[in-house]
Design a binder for this molecule. Structure first.
Ligand SMILES: *Cc1c(COP(=O)(O)O)cnc(C)c1O
Length: 366
């Protein structure tokens, strides 16, 4: 068959190991998954209550316009309904952007390491990928600007960046976008937006009002605790959303996902509580890193990238045996580090005990 050339040798996305898989492999009773930045507190209890009592007719197609959710979200975000686009997770919006703008002959610029789906989609669509190494875990915005030329179609920014957790400084971001040619789309992926606590952060919705070529991606998968429902969204000026919308499949969000996201928006205090708990969890990790002289990137997300001073895969295997699934830095382009989702206070405490044991066995810690 006539497969696209660029698919040769491509592998499907490798998710973090699942709880069931690890339970079976190591014959363990209790597993904590801190691998994929899911919310350790689950989702709003209001969502659970809704699910227990809901009466959706699944014989009917979902609302392709996601009208109810759109109306509610537009109010929360502070934009017009026409400025939103929904995806089956923000993953799908990344695919839509790629499909709409990337093709052979154009290039796309991104940091490395960063969220792998930008690259993955760009390769499938045949665009040249220009990756610019992070500097101290931060986007090298000048380096990225230097890569822009007449054939650049899309620039990807991830802030907070996955896997480092680092936030792009506001002033530098403003300046970067000012300098960007108007015919280059700037994608600002804010999957961890709800966790940001940096006082310098200003809502990127302001950037959208100012710039016709900026699109912001957010999701219900992380802080809202609804990863299993697959729902994410984009915010941009109406004209941009209208150009992108034809790429979307007509019923890309299920009735269920729209309904639970709608309910979740009614409970901002759940998000607030999670943000506060996450802040406390960050401190547990930061204290551990300081005490043990292990480097940890300053994170504005619900995960940390922390140095282990041993082979990351080895640390990963030994932690799995102790019941904790995390991500090895080897798979993320950050060898010598592991990425750990910040859990509940109890999970963090137990995890850091297990990590201490692993690092003592490896003679990294005394
Ligand atoms: C988790 C994540 C996503 C994907 O989120 P979905 O909405 O579940 O598809 C996108 N970008 C970044 C940076 C992420 O970490």
């Amino acid at each position: 068959m006539k497969w696209k050339n660029q698919l040769t040798g491509m592998k499907p996305y490798q998710p973090g190991r699942s709880i069931d898989e690890v339970k079976k492999m190591y014959n363990l009773e209790k597993i904590d998954k801190l691998a994929s930045n899911e919310n350790p507190f689950g989702c709003s209890p209001k969502v659970q209550e809704f699910l227990d009592n809901q009466t959706i007719n699944y014989a009917l197609y979902p609302d392709g316009y996601a009208g109810n959710l759109r109306q509610a979200l537009a109010k929360v975000v502070g934009v017009e309904e026409t400025q939103l686009l929904f995806g089956n997770g923000s993953d799908e919006i990344i695919m839509m952007i790629s499909r709409a703008l990337l093709q052979p002959g154009v290039n796309t610029v991104m940091a490395t390491p960063t969220f792998p789906q930008y690259r993955h989609n760009a390769v499938i669509d045949g665009a040249e990928v220009r990756e610019v190494q992070l500097v101290n875990g931060n986007h090298d915005l000048q380096g990225m600007l230097d890569q822009i030329d007449i054939n650049t179609a899309v620039v990807w920014l991830c802030s907070p960046n996955n896997p480092t957790g680092t936030l792009i400084e506001q002033d530098k971001l403003d300046e970067f976008i000012e300098k960007m040619p108007k015919d280059v789309l700037v994608v600002l992926d804010e999957a961890y937006f709800e966790y940001i606590t940096a006082p310098s952060y200003r809502s990127s919705i302001e950037l959208i009002e100012k710039h016709e070529n900026v699109i912001v991606l957010r999701t219900f998968s992380k802080a809202y605790g609804l990863a299993g429902f697959r729902i994410g969204y984009a915010v941009a000026q109406e004209e941009l959303i209208n150009r992108l919308d034809p790429v979307r499949e007509p019923f890309n969000n299920t009735s269920n996902s729209q309904a639970v996201a709608f309910i979740a928006l009614q409970d901002p205090s759940f998000i607030e509580t999670c943000r506060i708990q996450n802040e406390a969890g960050k401190k547990q990790f930061a204290d551990f890193a300081t005490q043990n002289r292990l480097h940890m990137y300053p994170t504005q997300g619900n995960f940390v990238l922390i140095e282990v001073k041993v082979d990351s895969d080895l640390a990963f295997e030994n932690l799995v045996k102790k019941g904790f699934i995390i991500r090895s830095g080897n798979a993320l382009g950050t060898p010598g580090y592991i990425r750990v989702t910040i859990g509940t206070a109890q999970q963090n405490k137990e995890f850091l005990q297990r990590l201490t044991e692993v690092l003592r066995d490896a003679e990294v810690l005394a």
